[in-house]
Design a binder for this molecule. Structure first.
Ligand code: SAM
Length: 231
C-alpha cells in the first residue's frame, strides 16, 4: 500500500501508460501500478546507487522484473527518446523537477502526461509546464505527517487556465489556478504557514536600519503575506 501522497500520484497515471518514475527510490510507484494492473510496463530511474538497489530489491520482491526496468542515471537520461508515455517525478524540490524536465526535453516526444509532485517551489514547475507547451490539467494537495504536498498534472495542449492579466497570472503560478479556486484545507494550511514565515522575516527586518531598499522589500513581503493570508 502507498501513503496518501503517492496514492494521489498514482491516481493520475493513465491506465495502460508506459510510465517512467524518475527519482523512484524504492520504486513504490511503478510497483503499485504494475501490481494493480494499471500499467504493465514501467521504468524506475534513479541517480543514486543506494535507492537504485532498493528499487531493484522491491521490484524483485513483487516479482515484476519483466515489467519494471530499474535504471541508474540522471533524470530523463535513462530513457530512450520515445519510450515513456507518462512520466512521474515526485518528492523533490520544484526547481530540481524543472531542471530534470528541461534537460530531458528530447525524451518527451511520446509523453502525453506528466505527474509531478514538488515538495516546495511548485511555481517553478507550473512555469516550466507553461513554457514547454503543457497544459496544467489538474492539481491536488495532500497533508500527510504534518507536511503538505502539491501534485501537478500536465498534458500537451493549449493552456487556457491562466489569466491574461500579468499580476493575476503571477498569483496563479504561485498558488495554482485550480487550488486557488477550490481552496482545500491543506492549501490554506500551507499558505498560512508560509505567511507565518514571512511574518517572522518581517519582524527581523523591522529591527534593521530602514534603508530605502529594505523598506521596499518589506512592502513586497507584506503584499505577499497578505495574499497568502487571503487565499
Ligand atoms: N519519488 C520517491 C517518492 O516520492 O517517495 C522518492 C523521493 S526521494 C526524496 C528523491 C529521490 O530522487 C532520491 O532517491 C534521489 O536519489 C533521486 N534523485 C535526485 N535527483 C535525481 C536525478 N537528477 N535523477 C534521478 N533521480 C534523482
Amino acid at each position: 500500500t502507498l501513503d496518501r501522497r503517492l496514492k494521489q500520484v498514482v491516481d493520475f497515471i493513465p491506465k495502460g501508460s508506459v510510465v517512467a518514475d524518475i527519482g523512484s527510490d524504492h520504486a513504490y510507484v511503478p510497483c503499485y501500478l504494475v501490481q494493480q494492473g494499471i500499467v504493465n510496463r514501467a521504468i524506475a530511474g534513479e541517480v543514486n546507487r543506494g535507492p537504485m538497489e532498493a528499487a531493484k530489491a522491491q521490484v524483485a520482491l513483487i516479482g515484476a522484473t519483466e515489467q519494471i526496468d530499474v535504471r541508474l542515471g540522471d533524470g530523463l537520461a535513462v530513457l530512450e527518446a520515445d519510450e515513456a508515455t507518462c512520466i512521474s517525478i515526485c518528492g523533490m524540490g520544484g526547481s530540481l523537477i524543472r531542471s530534470i524536465l528541461e534537460s530531458g526535453r528530447d525524451k518527451l516526444g511520446a509523453v502525453e502526461r506528466l505527474v509531478l509532485q514538488p515538495n516546495v517551489d511548485g511555481q517553478h514547475v507550473r512555469e516550466w509546464l507553461l513554457d514547454a507547451g503543457f497544459v496544467l490539467i489538474a492539481e491536488s494537495i495532500v497533508e500527510e505527517n504534518d507536511k503538505v504536498y502539491e501534485i501537478l498534472v500536465g498534458e500537451r495542449g493549449t493552456e487556457t487556465r491562466y489569466s491574461s492579466d500579468e499580476t493575476e497570472r503571477a498569483w496563479q503560478l504561485m498558488f495554482g489556478p485550480y487550488l486557488l479556486e477550490t481552496r482545500p484545507e491543506a492549501f490554506k494550511l500551507k499558505w498560512g504557514r508560509e505567511a507565518d514565515k514571512l511574518d517572522y522575516v518581517l519582524g527581523q527586518m523591522a529591527e534593521g536600519a530602514q534603508t530605502e531598499a529594505l523598506i521596499q522589500k518589506q512592502e513586497e513581503f507584506k503584499t505577499l503575506r497578505d495574499k497568502m493570508r487571503e487565499v
